[in-house]
Design a protein around this ligand. Structure first.
Ligand SMILES: Cc1cc2nc3c(=O)[nH]c(=O)nc-3n(C[C@H](O)[C@H](O)[C@H](O)COP(=O)(O)O)c2cc1C
Ligand code: SF4
Ligand code: SF4
Length: 420
C-alpha cells in the first residue's frame, strides 16, 4: 500500500521522509541509484573532505545478545576515501540521472578555508542540501569531527563560513558525545544553519578480544575507541532529539532524526518527536536498501488506519508529553493482570519479580501458575517485560497510594490518556 508520504524538509520537496545517512551506504553514484530505485527519497552523501582517508582493516564489530546479532554496531571508519574531485563527479552524475530525488551532501573541513572550498565545490556540483559533519568520533585529525562538534565556537564559525558561501539549506550534524547537545546546536543556528541532524555515532569499545587483550576489531594487535550505531543507540538518539525539539532557541531549526532506525515504527517515533526527515545507515548495512519498501508500506497503512492525510500532521505530536521526571504523577500504581488462558507457566515472571523486584508473585504449585500478591506489588511492570507470551501480562487496575487519591478515581486517570 502507498499513501502520499511527501513532506518538505528545509523547503526541499521530499517524496517521503526516508533518507540514507552519510556512510558507506551512499558512497558512489551507482549504489545510490539502486537506493533511489528501491524508494529512498534522498540521501546524505558519504562525507566529502579535501583529501581521501587512510583507513584501517578490519574496521567493524558488533554487539550481540543471546540469539540477536547486531543489537549494536561499531565502526572505525572516517569520511570518504575518495578525493573531492572524484566525489564531485559522482554527485553531478547522480543529480543529472535523478533530478527529483534529494541529494544532501555531507562535508567536513579542518579549517575555515577547507570548509569554504568544499561548500563551493559541492554547491556547484548540484547538491540540494549541505550537511556539516561536526560529529565523526574517530577522525585521526583533532581539527575535524566530534572534537570540533564539542566546541560551540568552532561550530558557529564553520557554519557561518558555509552559509555565507552557498544558497543551499544547511544542516549541522551533531555529536552525541556531549552531555548538552543544545549548546553546539544553538551555535550552529547562530551561525545561520537551517536544520539540525542527530545523532552521529557514540564513542565505544564494543568488545574486548580475550585472546589478543585489546578491543575488537583488532588491527595489528591494537584497537581504538570509535563510533557505535544501530538499534541499541535509538533510545539515546530519541533523548537528544526530544531535548532539541523542546529547546526554545532552536524553534527555527528543522530536525532530521538518525540513530537505530530499522522499521517504519522507529522512523515514526522520531517524527512524533519533531523530525521532518529521518536517516538510516546500520539497518541498510545489515539488510540492504529494500527495507525502505516496508517503511513506506507500514507508514502508509498506519496513516490510513488513523485517518492521517499528510505526514506533516504527525510531526512533533509527542513532544509535549515528555516532561521532567519531577513532574510525573507518582500518586498511584498499576497492578498487573495475568491472563491465565495465555499463561504457559514458564515461571519467568515469578523469578524476575523475586530476584529483581519485590517478591510480589507467588508460585501456585497446584496450578503451576503465578499469582500476584497485590499488597507487595509496587507496579514496576518488570513482569510484563519478561513474560515471553504476547499480552499475557497486561496493566490491570489502578491503586492509589495511601492518602494520594485527591478525590480521583481510576476512571479519572484513564480519561487523561491521549490517543491518536
Ligand atoms: C560504517 C559507518 C560509517 C559512517 N560514516 C559517516 C560519515 O562519513 N559521515 C557521517 O556524517 N556519518 C557517518 N556515519 C554515521 C551515520 O551516518 C549515522 O549517523 C549513525 O550510524 C547512526 O545511524 P544508524 O544507527 O542508522 O547507523 C557512519 C556510520 C557507520 C556505521
Ligand atoms: S509489577 Fe513489579 S512488583 Fe508487581 S508483580 Fe510485577 S514485577 Fe512484581
Ligand atoms: S512469564 Fe508469563 S507465561 Fe511465564 S509464568 Fe509468568 S505469566 Fe505465565
Amino acid at each position: 500500500m502507498k499513501k502520499d508520504l511527501s513532506i518538505d524538509f528545509l523547503g526541499v520537496h521530499c517524496e517521503n521522509p526516508f533518507f540514507l545517512s552519510s556512510s558507506p551506504v551512499c558512497n558512489n553514484a551507482e549504489m545510490i541509484a539502486k537506493a533511489f530505485d528501491a524508494g529512498w527519497a534522498g540521501i546524505f552523501y558519504k562525507t566529502v573532505g579535501i583529501n581521501g582517508m587512510d583507513e584501517c582493516s578490519p574496521r567493524f564489530d558488533i554487539a550481540a545478545k543471546e540469539d540477536t546479532p547486531w543489537t549494536g554496531f561499531k565502526n572505525m571508519e572516517q569520511i570518504s576515501e575518495w578525493s573531492l574531485e572524484q566525489n564531485v563527479a559522482e554527485i553531478k552524475k547522480l543529480k543529472q540521472q535523478y533530478p527529483t530525488k534529494v541529494i544532501g551532501v555531507s562535508i567536513m573541513g579542518s579549517n575555515e578555508e577547507e570548509w569554504i572550498t568544499l561548500t563551493k565545490a559541492v554547491t556547484a556540483a548540484g547538491a540540494d542540501i549541505l550537511e556539516l559533519n561536526f560529529s565523526c568520533p574517530q577522525m585521526t585529525s583533532h581539527a575535524m569531527g566530534s572534537d570540533v562538534g564539542q566546541s560551540p565556537e568552532l561550530v558557529r564559525k564553520y557554519t557561518r563560513a558555509v552559509v555565507e558561501n552557498t544558497h543551499l539549506p544547511v544542516v549541522a550534524k551533531m555529536t552525541p558525545n556531549i552531555s548538552k547537545m543544545e549548546d553546539p546546536a544553538i551555535a550552529a543556528a547562530e551561525g545561520g544553519a537551517h536544520g539540525i541532524s542527530a545523532i552521529n555515532t557514540i564513542k565505544s569499545i564494543c568488545n574486548i578480544d580475550l585472546d589478543h587483550l585489546t578491543g575488537q576489531p583488532v588491527v595489528n594487535g591494537k584497537s581504538a575507541i570509535s563510533g557505535y550505531s544501530g538499534k541499541a543507540v535509538k533510545p539515546i538518539a530519541l533523548r537528544f532529539i526530544t531535548q532539541l525539539a523542546q529547546c526554545e532557541e532552536l524553534n527555527s531549526q528543522q530536525l532530521s532524526g538518525i540513530g537505530g532506525i530499522e522499521t517504519w515504527q522507529d522512523a515514526l517515533e522520531f517524527i512524533l518527536l519533531g523530525c521532518r526527515n529521518v536517516q538510516v545507515t546500520t539497518a541498510v548495512m545489515q539488510y540492504g536498501y529494500r527495507i525502505v519498501e516496508d517503511m513506506i508500506s507500514g507508514l502508509s497503512h498506519f496513516m490510513d488506519e488513523r485517518g492521517v492525510n499528510k505526514l506533516e500532521e504527525l510531526v512533533g505530536l509527542a513532544v509535549q508529553n515528555i516532561i521532567p521526571a519531577e513532574d510525573l504523577d507518582r500518586s498511584y500504581k498499576i497492578i498487573p493482570e495475568i491472563n491465565y488462558e495465555k499463561c504457559v507457566g514458564c515461571g519467568r515472571c515469578y523469578l524476575s519479580c523475586y530476584d529483581g523486584a519485590h517478591q510480589a508473585i507467588a508460585w501456585n504449585s497446584q496450578t503451576r501458575k503465578p499469582e500476584i500478591l497485590v499488597d507487595h506489588c509496587v507496579g514496576c511492570h518488570l513482569c510484563l517485560n519478561v513474560c515471553p507470551v504476547y499480552e499475557c501480562i497486561t496493566p490491570g487496575h489502578i491503586v492509589f497510594k495511601e492518602g494520594r487519591d485527591a478525590n480521583r478515581t481510576e476512571e479519572d486517570i484513564v480519561k487523561q490518556l491521549v490517543y491518536l
